[in-house]
Write a protein of this length. Structure first.
Length: 214
């Protein structure tokens, strides 16, 4: 990986696959991600390491496995919130929640890595000072929030069109192979998915729907 290199911020993945070890467990999750990253064109998938339950030592070990997997398949690795872990794993990118440190503070710590942020208000998209934003929930309710629908993506795209930055827009929340096309048509640069990547069949269908099979 070229983590920390200026080229990292020039890469625009089409799919962000977010880990959820609580559903399948570590081994099965890594198996699904292995099939997914192998099936997609290089640099089109970014695996986001997100977990708040594993002990730190185990999380580091899993992160190293993910880093090696992404390196073998020429894909990207992102770490959610844990900037220290992103540096340790030499990740390509970091993702920040709405309550995380500022984008500026993150960049001072992680350098030129790709930085994305969470966003739940389409109208506020233009104010996000990151390389990318994950708008959610788009196609399905999530964490007590109603789905924004593709109309939410369209609003976010309009907000970004009026901004000076070239922020990438990703759709998160209930996105699967059937919903990927409509999200792209509504202005998303790519999609972020959790459930759709938790089976090899779902993951491969999503890769095809996004037009990124090897």
């Amino acid at each position: 990986m070229a983590a920390g290199a200026e080229s990292s911020r020039a890469i625009a993945p089409r799919l962000i696959a977010i880990t959820d070890f609580g559903t399948l467990g570590v081994r099965q999750t890594l198996g699904c991600l292995g099939a997914l990253t192998a099936a997609a064109l290089p640099n089109t998938v970014m695996v986001q390491l997100r977990d708040r339950t594993l002990p730190t030592r185990e999380l580091v070990d899993v992160g190293r496995e993910l880093a090696a997997l992404c390196r073998r398949q020429a894909q990207l690795l992102q770490v959610n919130d844990r900037l220290d872990l992103a540096l340790l794993l030499d990740a390509d990118a970091v993702h920040l929640g709405e309550g995380s440190v500022t984008t500026g503070d993150a960049r001072r710590l992680v350098g030129a890595r790709l930085v994305t942020r969470a966003c739940h208000d389409p109208g506020a998209a233009g104010a996000v000072d990151a390389d990318g934003l994950l708008l959610s929930p788009v196609l399905a309710p999530r964490k007590g929030r109603e789905a924004l629908g593709v109309e939410g993506l369209e609003r976010a795209r309009r907000a970004l069109a009026g901004a000076t930055s070239k922020t990438l827009l990703f759709a998160l929340g209930g996105v699967d192979a059937a919903g990927a096309g409509p999200c792209l048509a509504a202005g998303a640069d790519g999609v972020a998915a959790i459930g759709a990547t938790q089976s090899e069949t779902g993951a491969l269908d999503l890769v095809r729907a996004l037009g990124i099979p090897r």
